[in-house]
Design a protein around this ligand. Structure first.
Ligand SMILES: Cc1cc2nc3c(=O)[nH]c(=O)nc-3n(C[C@H](O)[C@H](O)[C@H](O)COP(=O)(O)OP(=O)(O)OC[C@H]3O[C@@H](n4cnc5c(N)ncnc54)[C@H](O)[C@@H]3O)c2cc1C
Length: 294
């Protein structure tokens, strides 16, 4: 199929991109095109203007450390995030998530900004962004604002970004001592969108008990889901005790959808099993990140 006609604009600066977004409220940003182009081709979206930001890598791509935070430009591509040495050391859940996304061709074009802005509820990067309590930086001609992860996703393929806003940066906390994370998923084939994915981010006490544990699920709702009540029950427990709590509480706490890909009952079971696997892997990794002795 072919897209409905639209005006194509290749932005030469961030300012120019923001001017187009302000002038044309129905305009769409083109980043890697891995989600937008299929939607255009199927005429599920019919923008009058498409603003291509691929010429703005100097301003919008790259990974840098700033104190205890990692700042990732929105136009940084999946393959760059998969292999970035700083992320492997300081924010390893991102490279781990990248290895689960699509295929090499998808990862060579798709971007972190596009993945978050597209907001597929079964996508890996939105789940990791939510799990790590990241911040999205949005710019428009009206100014710059920071959107915390718990407000960013508003529903199926819907975010808090206004039509005139460009997502320019994603900020994530750098890993600290005794912290570890893991992401586990099941899909029909490697590279497909997951039926369900679960992530865990664990901080341990010195004696190995769980200090805090965060959990996230994808594919069980209209957006990445956290369960603060379940997380609160995991604190100060041994790993084995926490696993039992998970097995007891998660099946009652998640309400996954029933669709052609998987039944609600199967998804509920996966949500429990995958969260358990992620929690165990995250705790083992956290154990390995201990302070170096002087
Ligand atoms: C075959 C295939 C398999 C895939 N498998 C997976 C998978 O397993 N897991 C997964 O997570 N994803 C998967 N994807 C999607 C892929 O990760 C995309 O890269 C991603 O969803 C969108 O990123 P993009 O840069 O291509 O964005 P685009 O397609 O260019 O844009 C997507 C949407 O975001 C908006 N947008 C893009 N950038 C910005 C910005 N900076 N500011 C504001 N709005 C913006 C666009 O206007 C559009 O609405 C797959 C895609 C394909 C084609």
């Amino acid at each position: 199929m072919k897209p409905a006609p639209f005006r194509y604009v290749r932005a030469r600066s961030v300012t120019e991109a923001l001017e187009w977004l302000a002038r044309e409220p129905g305009a769409k940003v083109l980043a890697g095109g891995q989600s937008l182009v299929p939607l255009l081709n199927m005429r599920l979206t019919r923008p009058d203007v498409v603003v291509d930001i691929n010429g703005l890598t100097a301003q919008l791509a790259g990974v840098r450390e700033e104190g205890e935070r990692i700042r990732i430009g929105a136009l940084t591509r999946h393959y760059q995030l998969e292999t970035d040495a700083l992320l492997r050391d300081r924010c390893p859940l991102i490279p781990e998530a990248e290895r689960l996304i699509g295929h090499p061709a998808v990862r060579s074009r798709g971007t972190i900004g596009g993945s978050l802005a597209h907001a597929d509820p079964a996508a890996e990067l939105p789940a990791v962004f939510r799990l790590l309590e990241g911040t999205a930086v949005a710019r428009s001609r009206r100014g710059v604002r920071e959107i915390p992860a718990d407000r960013f996703f508003q529903g199926y393929f819907t975010t808090d970004l206004a039509p005139d806003e460009l997502l320019t940066e994603v900020i994530l906390p750098a890993r600290r001592e005794r912290q570890g994370g893991a992401l586990c998923e099941r899909a029909a084939r490697h590279g497909d969108f997951a039926w369900v994915l679960a992530g865990a981010w664990v901080t341990l006490w010195e004696d190995g008990r769980i200090r805090t544990a965060r959990l996230v699920w994808g594919g069980v709702s209209d957006r990445p889901v956290r369960l603060p009540d379940v997380e609160a029950e995991l604190a100060d427990r041994t790993l084995e005790a926490a696993r039992q709590v998970l097995r007891d509480l998660v099946p009652r706490a998640v309400e996954p959808p029933d669709d052609v890909h998987a039944s609600a009952a199967f998804r509920r079971r996966l949500a429990t099993v995958l969260a358990d696997q992620a929690l165990v892997a995250a705790a083992r990794r956290a154990e390995a990140i201990v302070p170096t002795k002087e």
